[in-house]
Design a protein around this ligand. Structure first.
Ligand code: NAI
Ligand code: MG
Length: 364
């Protein structure tokens, strides 16, 4: 049997509470489905800072590099607001993204039928929505040089950020999007602003060439990113896979996420380049943070974390049936009216983190 090595980094706040529910699913899959997961644990964020004075220790970084996949909870909280910038909790996540070279951020926006009424849009616009935003995560304006504030000496300052993309960066993110499209509905929409940005002109060219060279079976469409934003809130179901750069992807994925309801529902995956065996380094995490306002109360919604694990089954281990079943279990539990406080609605039954995890496990 293939070994499947997971590193669990629960982190701070509600991170450990949500991770505990995933641990139950892993134990069940090992005992009942012979899944063969081995798990190791590490510290990240504020809890790592308290233990080692760093946002992640070197030995936990080594474990992350050796694992088939990393499951990450959340980091941060008021307790660490004043720690030095280099060791602040978020530095642990940034280090993982950088050292594992996680250049592809996958953000699904799925509207569970039972929550269609919770959207800010009309239910009929979002019911059945299932789109995947593929955001470039390691390049673009967040990392390009020069990046500085210059004193112009005349009472004025100048803030500079630089959008930079090289061919290989666009090719590899486009490749991820096209490959994912083949496992879905064979459609990709690429978004940039070629009308005003040189990097957008190059993005458009490279995506078009990559498509022509290796993925001409997939339907490719191009859209200006601002028009894409409008279309996302006007008629989101027209999209399937969207591929875009770091900055536009940051905003568009947050917009798309809110079409589908609460922060407590949203999973994500970050993937790296394939190794010689074709396996990608990968990290799976909920979109939400450590939620200090509800931490320790046992009321956090574990679905974002559990759905992140479903993505892990799908993308790191090719366990498609198991991933589908886990996502179906989430939908079933929501249909049955079981809800955590953040997604509570009239006529439903409110439960805590552990009961929600138990209900999903029972339906799995
Ligand atoms: P947050 O996502 O932690 O919380 C925002 C609001 O949503 C809060 O009211 C919270 O109670 C609620 N919420 C979030 N997840 C929930 C869940 N699973 N179930 C029920 N309610 C949930 O964002 P916030 O408050 O801006 O940041 C709190 C801390 O988390 C900060 O230290 C921040 O830096 C950190 N953070 C960490 C992230 C990460 O680890 N990737 C991402 C975002 C923030
Ligand atoms: Mg964002």
């Amino acid at each position: 049997m293939t070994a499947r090595n997971l590193l669990l980094l629960p982190g701070d706040g509600i991170g450990p509470e949500a991770m505990a529910e995933v641990r139950k699913i892993i134990a069940y899959m090992n005992a009942e489905l012979g899944a063969g997961f081995t798990t190791d644990e590490g510290l990240v964020g504020g809890s790592a800072y308290d233990a080692h004075g760093a946002a992640i220790s070197e030995s936990d970084m080594e474990k992350a590099l050796a694992a088939d996949a990393v499951l990450f909870g959340a980091v941060g909280g008021p307790k660490w607001d004043d720690v030095p910038y280099e060791v602040r909790p978020e530095a642990g996540l940034l280090r993982l993204r950088k050292d594992l070279q996680l250049f592809a951020n996958l953000r699904p926006a799925i509207c569970y039928p039972a929550l269609a009424n919770a959207s800010s849009l009309k239910p009929e616009l979002v019911e059945g929505l299932d789109i995947l935003i593929v955001r470039e995560l390691t390049g673009g304006v967040y990392f390009g040089e020069p990046k500085e504030i210059i004193d112009l000496g005349n009472g004025q300052k100048r803030g500079i950020d630089t959008q930079v993309y090289d061919t290989y960066e666009i090719e590899r993110i486009a490749g991820v999007a096209f490959e994912l499209a083949r496992t879905r509905n064979n459609r990709v929409c690429s978004m940039e602003k070629r009308n005003v940005m040189k990097s957008g002109v190059l993005w458009n060219q490279v995506v078009t060439e990559t498509h022509k060279r290796s993925y001409s079976d997939v339907k490719l469409e191009h859209m200006l990113a601002d028009a894409g934003g409008m279309q996302l809130v006007r008629a989101p179901k027209q999209f399937d896979v969207i591929v875009t750069d770091n900055l536009f992807g940051d905003m568009l994925s947050d917009v798309a996420a809110m079409l589908t309801g609460s922060l407590g529902m949203l999973p994500s995956a970050s993937l790296g380049a394939p190794d010689v065996k074709g396996r990608r380094k990968a990290l799976y995490e909920p979109v939400h943070g450590s939620a200090p306002d509800i931490a320790g109360k046992g009321i956090a919604n574990p679905i974002a974390m559990i759905a992140s694990f479903a993505m892990c089954l799908r993308y790191s281990f090719n366990m498609i049936a198991e991933a589908d079943n886990l996502e179906k279990a989430i939908a079933e539990v929501l249909d049955s009216g079981v809800r955590t406080g953040d997604i509570m609605a009239e006529g439903c039954r409110q439960v805590g983190t552990v009961e929600m995890g138990d209900a999903i496990l029972a339906a799995f």
